[in-house]
Design a protein around this ligand. Sequence first.
Ligand SMILES: Cc1cc2nc3c(=O)[nH]c(=O)nc-3n(C[C@H](O)[C@H](O)[C@H](O)COP(=O)(O)O)c2cc1C
Length: 214
Amino acid sequence: MNRDIASIRRDYQLASLDEASSAVHPMDQFEHWWEEAIASNIDEVNAFVLSTIKEDGAPASRVVLLKNYTPEGFIFFTNYESDKANEITANPAVAINFFWKELERQVRITGTVKKVNKEESEQYFHSRPIGSQVGAWSSPQSKVIPNREYLEQIVQANMEKYKEGIIPLPPHWGGYIVHPTSIEFWQGRSSRLHDRLKYSLQENHSWTKVRLAP
Ligand SMILES: Cc1cc2nc3c(=O)[nH]c(=O)nc-3n(C[C@H](O)[C@H](O)[C@H](O)COP(=O)(O)O)c2cc1C
């Protein structure tokens, strides 16, 4: 077996990032990079890693999908009884990470999470395909289940139950918004001398911007 993992490397040469051309507000900079990411047709561009802290202090990470962003933060949807939700309830501090490899970019965000209001969850829930709506009713996310058939039987029963009319928003499902307290924009550069600009939220609600060594 050829397993020469150590020799896998890529030299980043696509772009640069500097203090003068980057935005004053990090959400404007995010918007700028987001639009470039969309224009670049990045696969699963809205997928990001969400890290939470468990009650014993250990970290936990998983991928979720960005469903909106506003000047206030980054919105995703999930099961409010899942492990991640329980971790957020106990400790709302999170880190999120976007990696857009086609643009040789990473965005690292820390912040605190809150539930979005029910109207926003309802609006998004009803925009989802029917199968996903039934799935949200059917999956006890993060819980141990006996086998695949168990899940499929619940799905079948819910398909029958909700075959007519509007499927209501499950009480255990909805959105969260991550309010950022720091956002780092990382642009890969040649010879590992990458550009890193980190914005930090100040007590007076303004943002500072510093360059970090790669
Ligand atoms: C590409 C991708 C997108 C995902 N999007 C979501 C999502 O938007 N919401 C969600 O609850 N889980 C999503 N998942 C599943 C999560 O990674 C995770 O398995 C699930 O939320 C349970 O996590 P938890 O047990 O830590 O709560 C996604 C997984 C992948 C690989």
